[in-house]
Design a protein around this ligand. Structure first.
Ligand SMILES: [Zn+2]
Length: 124
């Protein structure tokens, strides 16, 4: 991959990093005991009816799964940025082949080629 391409993807990754961090802050707050770990803010209720509480619990668990997904994505982006610094960006972590640029274009944080991704996760 050319240095220009790498700089371009690094830029995309940094934007992605900002966007994910913003989403995490919107959704929760940093744990006072575990820096870097974000907890979903528990919804505060004005009413104490049981229906409202049930709805809040559902919302809370939805937000927790969204939060977990965003944190996974954030970790992928951070790993990809580390790879940029180490000069290994765009190389499949399993088979060491170069990852297709179209794949990186669609998802700059990709760390495996399509073949390995399918092999290891059964995803498309
Ligand atoms: Zn591979």
């Amino acid at each position: 991959m050319t240095p220009e391409k790498i700089a371009y993807f690094k830029d995309r990754l940094l934007q992605e990093l900002q966007r994910l961090k913003q989403q995490i802050q919107d959704l929760g707050e940093e744990s006072p005991t575990e820096p870097g770990h974000f907890n979903v803010r528990y919804p505060e209720s004005m009413s104490n009816s049981e229906d409202d509480n049930a709805a809040e619990i559902t919302e809370y668990s939805d937000e927790q799964s969204i939060m977990a997904r965003i944190q996974d994505e954030l970790k992928d982006v951070e790993d990809a940025l580390k790879a940029v610094d180490n000069g290994t960006y765009g190389v499949c972590k399993y088979c060491k082949a170069e990852i297709d640029e179209k794949r990186l274009e669609a998802r700059p944080a990709s760390s495996s080629c399509i073949k390995c991704k399918k092999l290891f996760t059964q995803e498309l």
